[in-house]
Write a protein that binds this ligand. Structure first.
Ligand code: SAM
Length: 274
């Protein structure tokens, strides 16, 4: 069945407004999120409440963050509004850590994300990773593929490294463009990101990891000996058992972590440079 209330609002492209309208798909998403009344759930972009309504019926409180005042105006008129704690703001600047301290509980974040800012949103959420239980998001298929990509794949890059550094990621549902209004040009998927409990990766400083991957992937075609020449000598790469003639896309997350820790120690004079 197709929900029709999207007609009450003119969708704004700048806010990535493609509203979910297929009730079967919505139900599948609710089953994946599987909300529990004891949990703290935060929805990014409730929009016309396709997910908000069924989810808040399963909870005592649902926290929502919405940037469009017109949508909030429509939300106010709905019967379930009293269950919502509404933040009228940009989800990119929301302080999830403050919320954690207020609720004294890890946070579950979900949403059919505005595709124009979905990668920035996910990266900004990694700054709050310690207070997050899990994240369930609708994303553009191409972005999700970048998140889960492994070395050697065309879509493997900085986003894959940082995302898999922090989380275990699973694609759980394929969603066709016709399940949204307006109908987007791209296919979508619903995914789960769960922070590692026993992380396979560790670095002293994630900023260093980030600058190494920025340098390495700035020009994907360059070999590491060239792309990382400002950070590592060829000798250092060989010493770390990294072939300097490989390209950024051939290096595993574990190897990037090794590079980051070596550089950390070098910058802090903790290694002997020969
Ligand atoms: N959840 C609804 C659904 O599934 O039909 C709407 C999803 S729509 C793809 C994205 C929603 O995010 C819209 O309601 C939009 O106004 C909101 N949004 C866009 N940018 C935002 C931002 N920076 N912060 C918070 N909400 C935002």
């Amino acid at each position: 069945m197709i929900i029709k209330n999207f007609k009450k609002h003119f969708p704004l492209k700048r806010y990535g407004q493609n509203f979910l309208v297929n009730t079967k798909t919505i139900q599948k998403i609710i089953n994946i999120i599987n909300p529990n009344t004891k949990q703290t759930l935060v929805e990014i972009g409730p929009g016309l409440a396709a997910l908000t309504k069924p989810i808040c019926q399963l909870l005592e409180e649902l926290i929502v963050i919405e940037i469009d005042p017109n949508l909030l105006f429509l939300l106010k008129k709905r019967s379930f509004y009293s269950k919502l704690t509404v933040f009228y703001q940009d989800a990119l600047n929301f302080n999830y850590t403050d919320l954690f301290y207020k609720k004294n509980q890890l946070i579950r974040v979900f949403g059919n994300l505005p595709y124009n800012i979905s990668t920035s949103l996910i990266i900004s959420l990694f700054n709050h990773i310690k207070v997050i239980q899990d994240m369930n998001f609708m994303l553009q298929k191409e972005v999700a593929e970048r998140l889960i990509s492994i070395p050697g794949n065309k879509s493997y890059g900085r986003l894959s490294i940082i995302s898999q550094y922090y989380c275990k990621i699973k694609i759980l549902l394929n969603v066709v463009p016709e399940d949204f209004r307006p109908i987007p040009k791209v296919h979508s998927v619903f995914i789960n990101l769960t922070p590692h409990t026993n992380s396979p990766y560790f670095v002293y400083d994630t900023n260093i990891l980030s600058s190494i991957t920025r340098n390495a992937f700035q020009n994907r075609r360059k070999i590491l000996r060239h792309s990382l020449k400002n950070l590592f000598s060829e000798k250092e790469l060989i010493q770390l058992e990294i072939n300097p003639n490989l390209r950024a896309e051939n290096i595993s997350i574990f190897q990037y972590c090794q590079l980051a820790d070596y550089l950390y120690k070098k910058l802090n004079n903790l290694v002997k440079i020969n």
